[in-house]
Write a protein that binds this ligand. Structure first.
Ligand SMILES: Nc1ncnc2c1ncn2[C@@H]1O[C@H](COP(=O)(O)OP(=O)(O)OP(=O)(O)O)[C@@H](O)[C@H]1O
Ligand SMILES: [Mg+2]
Length: 206
């Protein structure tokens, strides 16, 4: 595939959307053709997933919903973009599903197999780079409280304890997948962006 797939990951309130936007702007200025997108993707599915999380749906059901959404997006949006040579910047992906649903009881090996299947059959494959923003639980909690949010916070975000749990899972994920790099997400937006840029530059070198 001609394009590149860059995923931005991390805990709730770690600054993913802020940094994904900045990266898209910077790469556009440098003449790259960008697709900035997110998961879950399909609006109706996104709303439904949110509702089911609020209703305490099982990790098994949520994993299925996330994978269906991901598969559709890979086929309809991401693969065609990569084929055209676009740089796809993806705000959350399978690493989020792993951080939340696998840590809440969905079997890890089964999740890996199902995800591999989505990557293979959709033709998108593994990401070229996955940046995992690491922010202390108290700091992400502060950021979430401060932010004016369009959508109501889902309950996973509501306590420092939950944020700490998810953060630890992300630290493990960062070590597990070779496309993942852990980036310190604390400090000013510009400081974090500079750290991200150092990693992103690397994938355009070869
Ligand atoms: N480095 C930073 N320092 C302080 N505040 C920040 C920083 N980066 C982002 N923020 C602010 O923190 C809030 C959360 O940021 P953002 O929405 O980018 O996080 P996110 O990881 O996308 O969150 P979510 O998981 O809820 O989608 C926003 O109000 C944003 O302006
Ligand atoms: Mg976001």
């Amino acid at each position: 595939m001609k394009g590149k797939l860059i995923v931005i990951e991390g805990n709730d309130g770690s600054g993913k959307s802020t940094q994904a936007r900045l990266l898209a702007e910077n790469l556009t200025k440098r003449g790259k053709d960008i697709l900035l997108t997110h998961q879950p993707w399909k609006k109706r599915l996104r709303k439904y997933i949110r509702k089911r999380i609020e209703e305490d749906a099982s990790p098994k059901e949520l994993v299925r919903l996330f994978l269906i959404d991901r598969f559709i997006q890979c086929l309809v949006q991401i693969r065609p973009a990569l084929k055209k040579g676009k740089i796809v910047i993806l705000d959350r992906s399978k690493y989020s599903t792993e951080a939340y649903q696998v840590s809440r009881g969905f079997p890890e090996k089964k999740f890996e197999k199902m995800s591999e299947w989505v990557e293979k059959i959709s033709g998108v494959g593994t990401a070229d780079l996955c940046i995992i923003l690491d922010v202390g639980a108290k700091e992400s909690f502060r950021r979430l409280k401060k932010a004016k949010r369009k959508e109501k916070n889902i309950k996973y975000e509501t306590s420092v304890k939950e944020l700490e749990k998810t953060r630890n899972k992300y630290l493990k994920i960062a070590k597990k997948y070779r496309e993942c790099v852990l980036v310190n997400g604390e400090g000013t937006i510009a400081e974090v962006y500079n750290r991200i840029w150092k990693e992103v530059k690397g994938i355009f070198k070869e």
